[in-house]
Design a protein. Structure first.
Length: 256
């Protein structure tokens, strides 16, 4: 079996005539397939600083993340020329119709939509889904894991609209429930989620990220970052050890 992966990050290290770090990682895997697991990097996911439609993280407002539209065109073109897709993360939970006219966000989508074979947009909001579906009927739209779709019945319903779904990681390794999905080839599994499966603050974390991107950037996030995150209890053992212990992590042995 040859697994195809989507890995995070296409803005890190970009600029000053340099490509993002993941570009070189994907290139290494392709050139050294004899020393690695049979891995294919199918796409990168990320968003750009300044996009109010973003909800998955909050960027610091500094020069390192300032990317012009010309930069974005160059970046997306270079990634696509390597047969790798760009998945633009537009998962803001708080979007309203008044936010859909944002100039910068629309310009970035125009760039992404130039290659509908490789590129797509991941969304959370029904408002944004309807807007993009009407303007770009050929552009693939995926439902983000932040929507917390947790069972096969809900997945099947959403797949009537979406081209693919990243369900809640709580479905990971629940083979009985996963077997009920009508179109499993349209599922993308989050294999290394670092959130505690029992966390009750997950929605509010993403809600804060969404608010910060709409209303003030990093300062809004900093003011609200102490939310009793359950992951803090694992900091002393490290991320790798946490993933080894998580019943929802998908390991190399699970894949190969």
């Amino acid at each position: 079996m040859k697994a195809e992966f989507t890995i995070p990050g296409f803005t890190e290290n970009f600029g000053r005539n340099k490509l993002p770090l993941n570009f070189y990682f994907a290139e290494f895997l392709e050139k050294n397939s004899n020393v690695c697991f049979p891995v294919k990097i199918g796409s990168f996911y990320d968003c750009f600083n300044g996009m109010i439609w973003h909800g998955g993280r909050v960027y610091h407002n500094n020069d390192d993340h300032t990317i012009t539209l010309a930069d974005i065109k160059h970046l997306v073109n270079d990634i696509n020329e390597s047969r790798i897709g760009v998945k633009l993360v537009c998962t803001n939970q708080l979007l309203e119709k008044k936010h859909l006219g944002d100039f910068y966000c629309n310009e970035v989508i125009d760039i992404i939509a130039k290659n509908t074979k490789l590129n797509s947009v991941m969304v959370y909001s029904d408002v944004l889904f309807d807007y993009l579906k009407e303007r770009y009927p050929e552009l693939k739209l995926g439902l983000s894991t932040t929507k917390e779709v947790k069972d096969a019945k809900s997945v099947n319903k959403e797949l009537e609209r979406y081209d693919y779904i990243v369900p809640s990681f709580l479905m990971n390794n629940d083979w009985e429930e996963l077997s009920k999905v009508n179109n499993p080839d349209k599922l993308e599994i989050l294999v290394n989620e670092t959130c505690d499966p029992d966390c009750d603050a997950r929605y509010w974390h993403y809600n804060i990220f969404s608010s910060a991107n709409l209303n003030g950037g990093i300062n809004v996030y900093v003011e609200n970052q102490d939310m009793n995150c359950k992951f803090t209890k694992y900091k002393n053992i490290g991320l790798y050890e946490f993933l080894k212990r998580s019943p929802k992590a998908v390991t190399v042995d699970d894949l190969y």
